[in-house]
Structures are given as structure tokens and as C-alpha cells.
Design a protein around this ligand. Structure first.
Ligand SMILES: NC(=O)c1ccc[n+]([C@@H]2O[C@H](COP(=O)([O-])OP(=O)(O)OC[C@H]3O[C@@H](n4cnc5c(N)ncnc54)[C@H](O)[C@@H]3O)[C@@H](O)[C@H]2O)c1
Length: 350
């Protein structure tokens, strides 16, 4: 008798589900995608046509969760993550969820504590941790290349790449603009390298510079400029409990030479390093040393690696490789950026 395959259900079958998650799951031989739920029938049908196989389609994910599934992969707009994660956990499924896991620390704590109580794996798909440069840097840092980090510069800056879909530009669906879309990636990667020091004070600003006007066209198509109600730019300065500091800049639209600058730079007591270029610099015996770290070869795309990692965690009962206790520190900073803008002052975190 053949062994039963691991059964996966999707909630949300749009862009990232089809382009990045499906190839990840399809790379695993012991897995089958058996069901999908999407409020847009056309999206679900397109998903089924593209993936082949026998997939049950639901409009309401709560009905899908009644099926015998091992894990659920959530790829809905950000604000749907929390209700979908909570319902999936309550139905006894392990959960992989796109970033940001949630847009508030309160929601992350609620989901994290429930997953822990039920003994289920909850992992946010921070796939940038699985980029070859990230893995090389993390190894180098753990081997002492940097020493204690005292400052980080983080950039998630785009020139004309504003995602025009509703799930990104309306606050009620996205919970925020570039902070929640790309800032969360760069910040998670940076803080992972720093071993997640606790943020204690945040001063931030958010602005709508160009998204409501017509000065900058979008490379990904036009959007509802009138209804747009999130930031298109944000900047922040963060103090951590260990006295380290971090500067964050993030934007969808901006006057800059590069199409996209998704990068960070770490300054440590022994050396400094940049990501993703993996260039490092240090002083040894009062002599300046610099070079580029060799990146390991990747077997697959970062999203696929993240999905494989999640699969290993829940099948082998290992702890989540993106624990909610780390994600909550990233969201605490972004939440404080919005609060700082609203209150016009620095925010102290508990
Ligand atoms: N990691 C990355 O690089 C990356 C890239 C893009 C998007 N994302 C994240 O992935 C998520 C989805 O983004 P996308 O680009 O695929 O968006 P999308 O708009 O293409 O797809 C979202 C899908 O969710 C569906 N949906 C909305 N409400 C739903 C509900 N209540 N139940 C079921 N389905 C529902 C929509 O109909 C749509 O098909 C977002 O959280 C986003 O931040 C991550």
C-alpha cells in the first residue's frame, strides 16, 4: 500500500501563491496540494488550471479547513492573515503564512501563543533568509567576523515599483505601505543577522510623496491614486536594548538611480559587511582587510528553500525557523514607526 502524501491547502491563490509557493510545494515528492480557497473564483480556477492535479476549490476558507489537511499555506492580503491563521490553527493545521505574519504585535502574540499551546508549527515565509548571500553572511557573522554589531543601515527603496493591487494600497487590506511590504523583508533579514536585539525606542516618519500625484508612473501598472491610503515612503531610527542602533528607509516611489535597492550594512566591533553584495571590511593587526564572501550555491529559489524548511519543521517536529518571537520584534518596530508619525514623537517600547 502506498504511503499517504502530506496534504496541503492554500488560502489565497493570487500572484505570490502561483509564482513562488506552488513551485516550492511541487519540489517535494511526498506532498500534494489538495484544496484551495479564494474569494475570487477566477483566481482559484486559474490556480487549479496552472497546477494541474485534482484540487478542491472553496470560496470560504472555513469550509476548506474542515478537510483532512496537514498544513495550510496562507497567501492572502496582509489583514486577512490573522483570521486565516487563527482558523487554520484551531482546525489543527500547521501554518505557513506570507509576510508580514500580521500587522500588529497583538495579533502576532495571539497566533504565536495559540500555535505553541496546540503544538503546531507557525512560520512566516521570510524567504530572504534563504538567499545564498544571507546564508553566507550569517555563517561569517556566527564565526565572529563582525563582533558585536553597534549599527545597521537598512534600505528597501524602489524607484517606480508600487504594487497596484488592492491588497497593497488600501490600509484596510494591507495594514501599511512599503513598511509592511518590503521594509519587513529587509528589517527581518537585518535583525536575524543581529540575533534579534530587543528594540526599545523608535522615531519614525511616514509620508505620501508621489502616490497621489502623477509625477512618477508605475512600472507595474496604474493604481487607484485617489483611494490610495497608505504611505509611499518611511524612515526610522531605532535604539536597541544592547545599545545598538538601526536606520531604516523604505519606499515604493522615489527619485533614485536604482530600480530597487534592497540592502543592509552592518557595522561591528571587529568588521563590517554589506548585504546582498557580501562585501566585508575589517582591520587586522592595524592593516585594512576587505573582500567579498563566497556565496554558497543554492539548490533552489529562496521561496522553495523556505517552503522546504517549513516542511522539515512540521514533519520532523522541529521548532519553526522563523519563530513568532522574532517576527514580533520586526512588527514592533514598524508599528512604532506609524505611532511615531501619528504622535509626532519618539515611541518607547515595553
Ligand atoms: N515574499 C514575497 O516576496 C512576496 C511578494 C508578493 C506578495 N507577498 C505577500 O503575499 C500576500 C499576497 O500577495 P499577492 O501579491 O499574492 O496578492 P494578490 O492580490 O495577487 O493575491 C491575493 C489573493 O488573496 C485572495 N483573497 C483575498 N481575501 C481572501 C479571503 N478572505 N479568503 C481567501 N482568499 C482571499 C484574493 O482574491 C487574491 O487572489 C501578501 O501578504 C503579500 O505581502 C510576498
Amino acid at each position: 500500500m502506498s504511503k499517504r502524501k502530506i496534504r496541503i491547502g492554500f488560502i489565497g491563490t493570487g500572484g505570490i501563491a502561483l509564482s513562488a509557493h506552488v513551485p516550492g510545494w511541487q519540489s517535494l515528492k511526498d506532498v500534494e496540494i489538495v484544496a484551495v480557497a479564494d474569494v475570487r473564483e477566477t483566481a482559484a480556477q486559474g490556480f487549479v488550471a496552472a497546477t494541474g492535479g485534482r484540487v478542491q476549490v472553496f470560496k470560504d476558507y472555513r469550509e476548506m479547513l474542515e478537510l483532512d489537511l496537514d498544513a495550510v499555506d496562507i497567501c492572502t492580503p496582509n489583514k486577512i492573515h490573522t483570521p486565516a491563521v487563527l482558523a487554520s490553527l484551531k482546525a489543527g493545521k500547521h501554518v505557513l503564512c506570507e509576510k508580514p505574519l500580521a500587522t500588529t504585535t497583538k495579533d502576532i502574540r495571539k497566533m504565536g501563543e495559540l500555535a505553541d499551546k496546540l503544538g503546531l508549527t507557525l512560520m512566516s515565509c521570510q524567504h530572504m533568509r534563504w538567499r545564498p548571500q544571507s546564508l553566507a553572511l550569517r555563517d561569517w557573522i556566527h564565526n565572529g567576523g563582525l563582533g558585536e554589531v553597534y549599527h545597521a543601515r537598512v534600505r528597501a527603496m524602489r524607484r517606480a515599483k508600487l504594487p497596484p493591487r488592492p491588497g497593497f494600497i488600501y490600509e484596510e487590506l494591507s495594514g501599511g505601505g512599503p513598511c509592511m511590504d518590503i521594509g519587513v523583508h529587509a528589517l527581518d533579514s537585518t535583525m536575524w543577522m543581529m540575533d534579534f536585539p530587543k528594540p526599545v525606542r523608535v522615531s519614525g516618519t511616514t509620508k505620501v510623496n508621489f502616490a497621489k500625484g502623477r509625477k512618477i508612473p508605475g512600472q507595474w501598472g496604474e493604481w487607484d491614486r485617489k483611494g490610495f491610503n497608505v504611505e509611499d515612503f518611511a524612515a526610522a531610527f531605532v535604539h536597541f536594548e544592547n545599545d545598538a542602533t538601526l536606520m531604516l528607509e523604505t519606499a515604493w516611489l522615489g527619485h533614485q538611480e536604482e530600480d530597487e535597492d534592497m540592502s543592509f550594512q552592518l557595522f561591528g566591533q571587529r568588521g563590517g559587511v554589506k548585504w546582498p553584495s557580501a562585501e566585508f571590511a575589517s582591520v587586522q593587526g592595524r592593516t585594512f582587510t576587505q573582500g567579498t564572501l563566497k556565496n554558497p550555491d543554492m539548490l533552489a529559489a529562496p521561496h522553495t528553500e523556505a517552503i522546504r524548511a517549513f516542511h522539515q519543521c512540521f514533519t520532523r517536529k522541529k521548532p519553526s525557523l522563523v519563530p513568532w518571537t522574532e517576527t514580533i520584534q520586526v512588527i514592533a518596530i514598524l508599528e512604532a514607526v506609524y505611532a511615531s508619525q501619528k504622535k509626532g514623537r519618539e515611541i518607547t517600547l515595553k
